[in-house]
Ligand binder design. Structure first.
Ligand SMILES: Cc1cc2nc3c(=O)[nH]c(=O)nc-3n(C[C@H](O)[C@H](O)[C@H](O)COP(=O)(O)OP(=O)(O)OC[C@H]3O[C@@H](n4cnc5c(N)ncnc54)[C@H](O)[C@@H]3O)c2cc1C
Ligand code: SF4
Ligand code: SF4
Length: 1003
């Protein structure tokens, strides 16, 4: 990097002096420790540069003060939003300033003129949620909308799938307020060519004069060298400076400048009316080349998007149960590729008319359902809204499956967004596949056919020199081909480190010297994110890679089975390295992932931050024994083990399982704490505590004992512990129910057995009245009741958990092996049998138990679907407000709760849009995690409960969830089994079969 600042090695004393100065001036976080810096060393590219420090300012003023102090200390500064850049834009030496946590206000909104002014850290989805009620939206709909910030989108000149209609970020940016590296604040907006009205350097006169002069001087060169495709996001937007009719928008020079020219403090955006009506035409093609060739013709009908899905993605989609019905409806026959054409005119009749024209056009192009390949094809019309959404979800999921390859080679982003004129798209894609094949790799193509910008990631293992060489060769050959077609080598994801080096070949030396001139004029001291766009390092400098040549993971002892993944620790390394930093775990709404991030908005407390910390730790980059260190424990402290990431992370990062490894490493290094022992061994002392319940419950009634528990055991004095009781669940017999009934095992877990026997009583009653023969197996040793080992796992006591599971497997094996379902009530316990059991035992008996383990409601839905469920359910008038346990959601089992409740006559069922309740087993009881637990609950669950009608039934299957609801909102929640028991108590008609559940079990 051509910067002395970047190369200057700082010693720790200098770092601490700067950190101390920043901490005095900034109320936001100032993070200079190696763990924090490591978390900001990567983005969604394959690069890694560890910064010297990170500042998370609370206000724009603090951000500017930090900029000044860092600059005066001779350091470089990299502004950062969501850190989802794919080209290495946000990684650098020096200090990172994170705008995403606090600087996310809408400053003003002008509905009439359709514009708004926002701070740079606001996330696109968040902005659009706020705009929706005004009938407006910001339409640069990047795939990362759930975490991409407007500042980062402007930094990269981001583009959405519908850019055909709405253009890129540049087209929708009206003005930008920004600070130059020297701290001067300027307004960058539309200016007349003669700059009338600007009268001093304080409002940018000198700078703008120079820039417009450069535009005028270079107009011919710019016209000759800048690709004419819409998707040209590479380099600085010098074309914004050339003489236009009357005015130039100076903000457009900043858009796409990747934090190298100025520090954005607020952005004025152009808004659009929301799309009210749309239709899709799914154009089928018997040959991929034909599909690519057709794109240039289809866009003439003025759709808002034409998106490609190829055969590989269709095949992947067909393997996912939830997409099978969608593909069955939307896809006819066996196409090589489909182009999904979207029309969205105000008038739906207009959309339908265009859809018909699309069919005619396909016919004119020679495609027909009865033709032989490659001219086989036609249009499937999709008018129904639900199916349109399903198709969009399928497209996203297909990509996710591709990204979740568990091998060393991964799909790598570096030629992934080249854009070529549509007339050349077919030849381009054919030749691109040839380039991949020549270098021994392959890639699946998808996305924006309407823009000639197809995403494709060849599979490479960048830990190997030979694959790095292949990457370089593929990049050179591809970019040369793109130049030949007068396309753009950087069509969506920006330049960063991966692309900037190729600017010279793309734009020529004169334009490169213009880029340098711009950079120097704005930032003569090279303070702002140097090494991007101008004077970049080589894209294949392995020292800058996430996996540099000396990257090693050695001597890693693990407790669980990770054999599905490659690498050290029996595969733990491969599992950790699955995180590609795409940032989906930073979403703030929808789904469950990641509750701790939603509560704190800290990079430390998000799945990505944790996975990065683990990767750095196991590869020795955070010092010796980092896995068992206090800092590592702190990195995982707020992970509630909700397992949402296992389900919702596009690459399936399973942090809850990884946390068990860290807890185990820590327990073996330091021994379990008193709290760990109290939590872990609960199943062992539960019987004794129950017998002496009045004594065991003293703690809850005594302030002093609460304080002592907090001091010595780390259990929050603010929480009442679940009350012990003498009348725990017990059964004198091993089997209940009719001798000829269908068999089922009821797993009486420790929590329901000891604290809430009413749930087990209710479940037993429902099953017996349904005609089932219920087994309640006892342990072979005749000792204390069976347990799934969950409490031990949550304390990192893996060997104890294994012992518990061994007892359980022995007791349940005879049933599972002859196909008897094993039904449980507590999601975290029952689902341990489907999940962790297989990480501890891989024998056939364990697999059989895992296969037959069903949640109570899953079992009932299955029986109802098979027409076997006979329950005399009576009406329960009113509303059930349901909160799903996060493990239910992670295993796709939550829908069954809703389905079962819908079997109850007269009961209306409403689901609370909630993430984790925050209690999460012992988490909510920790003195050090109590507040985070309440913060998580307050995000959506508790407010929804407080809003609920007093007569509504609150339903929650998780023991922890019920306690959290009780503690936080003073309402008692019921397990679904108890609602069914209420329904049985209600007078009703004959025990006819329950109506089959309307949706399939995992629908
Ligand atoms: C799976 C995946 C899909 C993607 N899909 C798309 C897509 O559909 N379309 C698309 O265009 N991109 C896409 N991207 C790329 C990326 O998500 C977008 O570019 C996104 O807009 C970046 O936003 P961010 O907040 O993460 O920015 P960051 O990555 O944090 O930053 C981007 C740039 O902006 C600069 N910056 C940030 N804040 C400021 C500030 N206040 N002042 C000055 N400079 C600043 C940074 O220095 C950096 O150079 C995708 C990425 C991934 C991983
Ligand atoms: S944990 Fe998953 S969702 Fe989060 S950044 Fe990593 S890969 Fe993406
Ligand atoms: S298990 Fe839950 S809290 Fe932990 S990282 Fe995953 S999503 Fe976040």
């Amino acid at each position: 990097m051509a910067t002395t600042r970047a190369k200057k090695v700082r010693n720790s004393a200098e770092n601490s002096a700067l950190a101390a100065r920043l901490s005095r001036e900034i109320t936001g976080d100032v993070l200079f420790d190696s763990f924090s810096c490591g978390r900001y060393a990567t983005d969604a590219s394959f690069y890694q540069i560890v910064p010297a420090g990170v500042v998370v300012p609370r206000t724009i003023d603090e951000a500017l003060r930090a900029l000044g102090m860092i600059r005066d200390d001779g350091r470089i500064v990299t502004p950062r939003g969501g850190g989802t850049s794919q080209s290495g834009q946000t990684v650098n030496h020096g200090i990172v300033i994170d705008f995403s946590k606090h600087l996310n206000r809408v400053i003003s909104l002008d509905v009439e003129n359709r514009s708004c002014v926002v701070e740079p850290g606001i996330v696109l989805d968040d902005l659009n949620r706020r705009l929706r009620k005004h009938g407006l939206w910001f339409p640069v709909d990047v795939s990362t909308a759930s975490r991409a910030t407007i500042g980062g989108m402007a930094g990269n000149n981001s583009c959405g799938g519908r850019s055909l209609r709405y253009g890129t970020m540049r087209d929708n940016t009206l003005s930008i307020d920004a600070a130059l590296a020297d701290g001067k604040m300027l307004h960058f907006g539309e200016v007349p060519r003669d700059l009338a009205g600007l009268n001093s350097s304080d409002n940018g006169l000198d700078l703008f004069v120079d820039m417009l002069a450069l535009g005028e001087r270079e107009a011919a060169e710019i016209a000759a060298r800048f690709p004419k495709v819409q998707r040209r996001v590479g380099g600085y937007n010098l074309d914004a400076l050339v003489p236009r009719n009357a005015a130039n928008n100076m903000a457009h020079l900043l858009v796409g400048s990747e934090g190298t020219l100025a520090f954005t403090t607020q952005i004025e955006l152009k808004l659009w009316p929301v799309i009210r009506n749309k239709v899709l035409g799914v154009c089928h093609f018997g040959g991929f080349y034909r599909a690519m060739d057709a794109a240039q013709h289809l866009v003439k009908l003025r759709p808002i998007a034409v998106e490609l899905v190829d055969r590989t993605m269709l095949t992947l989609g067909r393997e996912i149960a939830m997409f099978q019905p969608i593909i069955a409806t939307a896809i006819r026959g066996d196409p090589d590729a489909v182009l999904i054409v979207e029309f969205a005119e105000e008038d739906q009749a207009d959309n339908i008319r265009r859809l018909k024209q699309l069919g005619e056009l396909m016919g004119d192009l020679g495609f027909g359902w009865n033709n032989p390949r490659p001219k086989w094809g036609g249009v499937v019309e999709i008018i129904e809204q639900g199916l349109q959404t399903g198709i969009a979800e399928f497209r996203a999921a297909g990509l996710n499956v591709m990204m979740s390859m568990k091998q060393e080679g991964k799909p790598i982003s570096f030629v992934e967004d080249c854009a070529v004129p549509l007339a050349h798209l077919a030849d381009y894609t054919e030749r691109l596949n040839g380039i991949f094949a020549r270098h021994g790799t392959r890639g699946t193509m998808y996305a924006h056919a309407s823009e000639g910008c197809l995403h494709v990631r060849p599979v490479l293992n960048l830990k190997l020199e030979k694959d790095v060489k292949a990457m370089r060769a593929i990049a050179e050959e591809t970019f040369a081909m793109v130049r030949e077609y007068k396309g753009s080598h950087s069509g969506e994801h920006g330049d960063g480190i991966v692309r900037s080096e190729f600017h010279e070949a793309m734009f020529g030396p004169r334009i490169i010297s213009d880029f340098r001139e711009v950079k120097h004029r704005f930032d003569p001291g090279n303070v702002l994110n140097p090494g991007k766009i101008v004077d970049p390092p080589p894209m294949d400098d392995r020292a800058l890679f996430r996996y540099p040549p000396d990257y090693r993971v050695t001597r890693l002892a693990t407790a669980l089975d990770w054999s599905a993944y490659p690498g050290a620790g029996g595969g733990f390394q491969g599992a950790v390295e699955m995180c590609n930093n795409n940032g989906a775990c930073r979403k703030l709404e929808g789904g469950v992932m990641c509750p701790s991030y939603r509560a704190t908005r800290n990079e430390k407390d998000v799945t990505r931050g944790r996975a990065n910390t683990l990767r750095l730790a196991i590869s020795g980059q955070l010092g010796p024994d980092a896995l068992g260190s206090d800092e590592m424990a702190d990195s995982l402290k707020l992970c509630v083990s909700c397992k949402a990431c296992r389900h919702e992370c596009p690459t399936g990062v399973d942090m809850a399982k990884m946390k068990i490894e860290v807890l185990a490493a820590r327990a073996s290094k330091h021994g379990p704490s008193l709290r760990d022992r109290l939590v872990g061994f609960l199943p062992h002392y539960a019987a004794l505590a129950s017998r002496f319940a009045p004594v065991a419950n003293w703690r809850n009634g005594s302030r002093v004992l609460r304080m002592l528990f907090e001091k010595f055991a780390g259990i929050s004095a603010q929480r009442a512990l679940p009350a012990w009781r003498r009348d725990v669940f017990k059964s004198d017999v091993d089997t209940i129910g009719p001798a000829d009934g269908r068999e089922v095992v009821l797993f009486a877990d420790t929590f329901n057995r000891a604290y809430e026997r009413e749930n087990l009583d209710a479940a037993l009653r429902v099953l017996v009245e349904g005609g089932y023969r219920v087994h309640l197996p006892r342990p072979a040793d005749g000792g204390r009741p069976l347990c799934c080992g969950r409490t031990f796992l949550s304390a990192g006591l893996v060997d104890n958990a294994r012992t518990e599971l061994d007892r359980l497997v022995t007791a349940f094996a005879p049933f599972a092996l002859r196909g008897v379902p094993i039904v449980g009530l507590e999601p975290s316990c029952l689902l341990t049998l489907r999940d962790e059991l297989l990480s501890l035992r891989s024998d056939d008996t364990a697999k059989s138990i895992s296969t037959h383990a069903l949640l109570f409601e899953e079992f009932l839905v299955r029986e109802a679907e098979a027409g076997r469920l006979r329950l005399p359910l009576g009406p329960v008038a009113g509303k059930a407000l349901v909160h799903g346990h996060c493990h239910q959601k992670s295993f796709g089992a939550f829908k069954s709760v809703e389905q079962v409740l819908r079997l109850v006559p007269d009961l209306s069922v409403e689901t609370i849009e909630s993430s984790c309740c925050g209690m999460a087993g012992a988490f909510g009881y920790g003195a050090d995690t109590y507040q985070a637990s309440m913060d998580m609950a307050e995000l959506s669950l508790l407010p929804a409960i407080r809003r609920a009608d007093a007569a509504a039934l609150i339903v929650a299957d998780g023991t922890s969830c019920r306690y959290q609801i009780k503690d936080g909102a003073g309402r008692s929640a019921l397990h679904v089994a108890r609602v069914l028991a209420m329904s049985l108590d209600s007078p009703r008609s004959n025990p006819t079969p329950c109506p089959a559940a309307k949706e399939p079990l995992n629908g």
